[in-house]
Design a protein around this ligand. Structure first.
Ligand SMILES: [Zn+2]
Length: 198
């Protein structure tokens, strides 16, 4: 079932990942390369190579440089592991460091109660801007704020984020945290063009 749905989005080979909440990045040199690899981010400078991450509550992140794109799956563990910086570095290695970013739908702090010990770990790395409270006043993590802090470290200040909360917006998004749903949203990025496709 997946293949026709992918083709309906963009009819090129996809590189999807076996996501493990780490910081490994695959560099895709031809469409579909590294499909199924254990990693949480992918970058490419090859037109027609479609990169995908799937998320429910973690942040799907798209990075755009001049001639390269990257996608990353950034939950709090991957964030602390350095997945955002690693993705940016991989793009820089391709000669196209990210200049802007898009933060996709993710769980927002109002809905994301978080253990204080783990919150301290994230705040120690990315600053107190990640500390928040839920709607009922419990400690919460603003994971998107952590992603923005990580982006700022690599000089990416142009960040789009429409603020959609996957836990609140049950009409459009899956949420494991809020509703125990197994569904995931795919976030895809590619560079337009036919080069290298089959
Ligand atoms: Zn919410």
């Amino acid at each position: 079932m997946l293949a026709p749905r992918r083709a309906a989005v963009v009819d090129h080979p996809w590189t999807w990942l076996h996501q493990v909440h780490g910081a490994d990045v695959v560099v895709v040199e031809h469409p579909g390369q590294h499909a199924g690899a254990s990693a949480d981010a992918a970058v490419t400078a090859t037109p027609g190579a479609v990169l995908a991450v799937t998320t429910a509550d973690c942040v799907p992140l798209v990075l755009v440089g001049d001639g390269a794109v990257g996608v990353a799956h950034a939950g709090w563990r991957g964030l602390v592991a350095g997945v955002v910086g690693a993705t940016a570095a991989a793009m820089a290695d391709l000669g196209a460091p990210p200049r802007r970013a898009v933060v996709g739908p993710c769980v927002r702090p109002a809905c994301y109660e978080f253990g204080t010990d783990d919150l301290d770990v994230v705040a120690a790395r990315f600053g107190d801007g990640v500390r928040a409270v839920t709607t009922d006043g419990r400690p919460a993590l603003d994971v998107a704020a952590g992603v923005r802090a990580a982006l700022a470290e690599v000089g990416v200040l142009d960040v789009s984020d429409d603020g959609t909360c996957t836990a609140c917006d049950a009409e459009r998004y899956w949420s494991f945290r809020a509703r125990g749903e197994a569904g995931r949203v795919a976030t895809v990025a590619w560079i337009e063009g036919e080069e290298g496709t089959t």
